[in-house]
Design a protein around this ligand. Structure first.
Ligand code: HXC
Length: 301
């Protein structure tokens, strides 16, 4: 495997960029934040747990203390999102970029989902991305400022995926937002793009998507990927840095997959889980709800 930890970018390529990452307290958002800081950016992290955000900020800003700020925000609430964006504008200045990274997801048979389960997952992804993009975008337009929006999607937007239907629907809606706003907002100098990474292991999300040894029949396993490995946070960060830099001012409306060839080689990500029994699914639900309960106990919003 090539060494992707060596940056190809100048360390000041993101200097002057003020970047918001929603869901930045954990997982991919947290991992990418450190790389943005190392390349000169000021980063703002949003999440629902103050202590987790503070820990993430300390880690991400290790190379440049003071370069990461945090706010507890539930992205599903348009009023809270607008107030938090207003606070950034007032205290630090206008954002230059928004990364719609916050997501909720778990694997479950669709027939077993309650209305609230559907709402929780789909609205975090769809409404959360819209609320954040809208709150920043209307300020950029009003003030004549350029901006960049980058949403974290999945390859399910092209293939669908069994057992993660609310997520697949929410992500596909954000893909539609990406294409639509790219056209509507290009004349304001606002670029709207998205990424569709394949599996990249991170703590909590990985637990939610692989809560049983039997999900080895699913497609989050390396042997289902033509490259025979999962992706890395460094590889994702390299693409994020490029897309948020001034190097690609003409690139808009695209969702770029980075999945080791996975989507071209096989069925939707979790299609293999059709072999699981009802008991397997009951065990999966119990394990993922335990992980959720532990996370919920730390929430401050
Ligand atoms: C069935 C479930 C369930 C499960 C929760 N619910 N887990 N139903 N099976 N395993 C139901 C609950 O019973 C409840 O409905 C409703 O969902 C809301 O659950 P809450 O726990 O109250 O919601 P909340 O506290 O907001 O938690 C949301 C969460 C949690 C989805 C459960 O996992 C979360 O916040 N995750 C955030 C991080 C995350 O998952 N990121 C993953 C992104 S990965 P009722 O009716 O009972 O009240 C991704 C792409 C991966 O998106 C790409 C891989 C290739």
């Amino acid at each position: 495997m090539a060494d992707s930890s060596k940056s190809i970018y100048s360390p000041d390529v993101l200097q002057g960029k003020r970047i918001l990452i929603t869901g930045g307290g954990t997982g991919l958002g947290r991992g990418v934040a450190a790389h943005l800081v190392q390349h000169g950016a000021e980063v703002h992290l949003w999440g629902r747990r103050q202590a987790v955000l503070e820990e993430a900020a300390a880690q991400a800003s290790a190379s440049r203390p003071g370069s990461v700020q945090v706010q507890t925000v539930d992205v599903r609430r348009a009023d809270l999102v607008d107030a938090a964006i207003a606070e950034i504008w007032a205290r630090y200045g206008p954002l230059t970029s928004v990364v719609n990274n916050a997501a909720a997801n778990f694997i479950a048979p669709t027939a077993s989902l309650s209305a609230r389960a559907f709402e929780t997952v789909s609205s975090t992804v769809m409404n959360g991305s819209f609320n954040t993009t809208h709150a920043a975008g209307r300020r950029w337009i009003a003030e004549g400022l350029p901006g960049a929006v980058l949403s974290m999607l999945t390859t399910w937007i092209w293939t669908g995926s069994a057992f993660v239907v609310p997520s697949a629907m929410g992500k596909t809606a954000v893909h539609a937002m990406t294409m639509s706003l790219a056209v509507e907002w290009a004349r304001y100098g606002i670029r709207v793009n998205a990424l569709a990474p394949g599996p990249i292991p991170t703590d909590y999300a990985w637990e939610m998507l692989n809560p049983t040894d039997k999900s080895s029949v699913g497609a989050t396993q390396a042997d289902q990927i033509p490259m025979r490995r999962v992706g890395t946070v460094e590889e994702l960060a390299n693409l994020v840095i490029f897309l948020l830099s001034d190097a690609c001012d003409y690139l808009t409306g695209e969702t770029i997959a980075m999945d080791g060839g996975q989507k071209l080689a096989g069925p939707g990500t979790f299609a293999g889980l059709t072999t699981l029994s009802d008991q397997d699914w009951a065990d999966i639900r119990e394990r993922s709800q335990l992980a959720s309960a532990q996370s919920k106990a730390q929430r401050t919003v």
